[in-house]
Design a protein around this ligand. Sequence first.
Ligand SMILES: Nc1nc2c(ncn2[C@@H]2O[C@H](COP(=O)(O)OP(=O)(O)OP(=O)(O)O)[C@@H](O)[C@H]2O)c(=O)[nH]1
Ligand SMILES: [Zn+2]
Length: 336
Amino acid sequence: MSRTRGGGRHLDEDDIRIRARGGSRPRTRTRPKHENAVEGLVTAVDRGRYRCLVEGGRVVAMKARELGRGSIVVGDRVDVVGDLSGRPDTLARIVRVRERTSVLRRTADDTDPVERVIVANADQLAIVCSLADPAPQPRFVDRCLVAAYDAGLSPLLCLTKADLADPDALLRMYEPLGVPFEVLSPEGGLTGLRERLAERTTVLVGSSGVGKSTLFNRLIPGTDRAVGHVNAVTGRGRHTSTSAVALPFEGGWLIDTPGVRSFGLAHIAPEDVVGGFPDLAGFALDCPAGCTHREDAEDCAIGAALERGEADPARVASLRRLLAGREGDADEDVEP
Ligand SMILES: Nc1nc2c(ncn2[C@@H]2O[C@H](COP(=O)(O)OP(=O)(O)OP(=O)(O)O)[C@@H](O)[C@H]2O)c(=O)[nH]1
Ligand SMILES: [Zn+2]
């Protein structure tokens, strides 16, 4: 599969798959009927190979050529046919991708200028933020919140290293947004967090050093995220990898996003951000088309509601902060 990497990063894997058509791979003569397909969940993706959980077993699958250009990502529910034994060197085939309930996009960056879907069907975004060492990055948190609101995921703030600093200042900042949170320290328990994660599909995101791997290892002991990721999934260093990995957890899934430090916001319109503020969205209906809802916006109905005392000033301030963060430099929070 080395040609999939050599052709230049501007091509996505689907382009390359089309180029590979007519290559040396023999066609299977007797294809299993697709009615026999069984449902699977994509748990990892590596260079055109999809690790799937099918009927409780693990298989590696390729994408059927009739699927065309559409991408398949971690979290996708797929229909799989072929050799489902999971034995070494067997390869099943993904013949259908079920409709997605949500998509998270990774921010385009220097190494890959295309904004890509990295996780499908998640319903919660756990934003891991350390209270010290490194100091909290509210801009990073804000950008994640915008991505969560846009994708329809419920945000969850995981504040780590509470043994080093007090969470109060940060919590005051997020109080008007009503974001659920967990304050975590090495000595503290994880019962509250476990309950919030149970039976949900949660994507964890955090910038380098905030303690995301530590948290993973505490939640799912025995899976050394750092070592496990490099050896088992991509064979590459985790800082260069951007492929997500789904791990089963308490009736749901935890999805790690190594190397992914932020989500794509370029496609998000102000209206999508306002959608995360049900109490203000009604006012916004009276705004002029294309209103930025910023302080300097003319005839902004949210601004007017604020002046009449009908909109909560803290909520408006939070909305404006998120709108401003959305317009910032997309690379600002992306780790090298
Ligand atoms: N004091 C304190 N240190 C912590 C806590 N959680 C993690 N650490 C330390 O913070 C450092 C970074 O933790 P990691 O779990 O590797 O952080 P990460 O978010 O996975 O960072 P990357 O590996 O860069 O992705 C390590 O030295 C941990 O031991 C905590 O709750 N309190
Ligand atoms: Zn407005």
